[in-house]
Ligand binder design. Sequence first.
Ligand code: R5P
Length: 304
Amino acid sequence: MVILLIIGGSASQNLTAKIAAELGDEVCPVEIKKFPDGEKYIRIKGKVEEEMVLIQSTGYPQDENLIELIFLISNLKDLGAKKIKVVTPYFGYGRQEKRFEDGEAISAKIVCNLIESVGTTEFISLNLHEDSLKDFFSIPVHNLSAMPVIAEYIKENIENPIVVGPDKGALGFATEIANVLKCESTYLSKIRISPDKVETKIVTDFNDSKIDISSVEGKEAVIVDDIISTGGTIVNATKILKEHGAKSVDVCFVHPVLVNDAVLKIYGAGVRNIIGTDTLTSDVSHLSVASIITKFLKTKNKII
Ligand code: R5P
């Protein structure tokens, strides 16, 4: 039996409740509050079992959510848990997996090391920004994909789709979905100029089976990506797709980081629907990854 630990007042309560309901499982109550000076107080109020599953995304406010996670893992260990599976649906700090400039802190590595060092015995996330983040851990790591729920949404809602990766990094997502839907896919080329500025171009020298951008003409284009942060990537891709005659542009993605007015900018560029998942809570978290996490936990715990 899996005992789920819900984290009151923080990042993944709704998702935890959905997962617990799907598993027909218990949720361990937790009290989380702040002392008058702003420091976090954590109290696990339920029974701690040998094996626990802890669910907590580490999106904004990243540092607060991360410290909660660390306190909870460490406290579970102190209170007797032997196997602590940590599910971090959105993994914050995941985009600095190397030193881009001399002297930079490799924050993704530091956070992975920290999560493991306090007692995590297995780590689960969805669509980690780089799969290589797994290498920062020495415990088992599972990088699940939310693409099946996105593919299902497109199948149910979009009649004649062409799936588009807004950059080469998203090509894998576009291909995964196109294979399920048996539709066409393509991708664009993107260069990041600064954290909030990107340049996007069409790809002309395809050396794989992807089709030319002109194929979007008259089709319902669906951009797929892992993260929307400032929205710049999607705005640029949308402009190009519209210039090339796409009948409509929808956006489906996993992690709604959504900095500032990202949603407004994307609608302003002419996107019809913005469809994200609930790895982070947001106004566009229309799809749930609960079934993906539940399926994984059931298989791993041999629950039938
Ligand atoms: C980057 O490579 C990611 O896959 C996303 O495309 C990126 O994080 C989106 O950032 P923004 O919304 O700021 O353009």
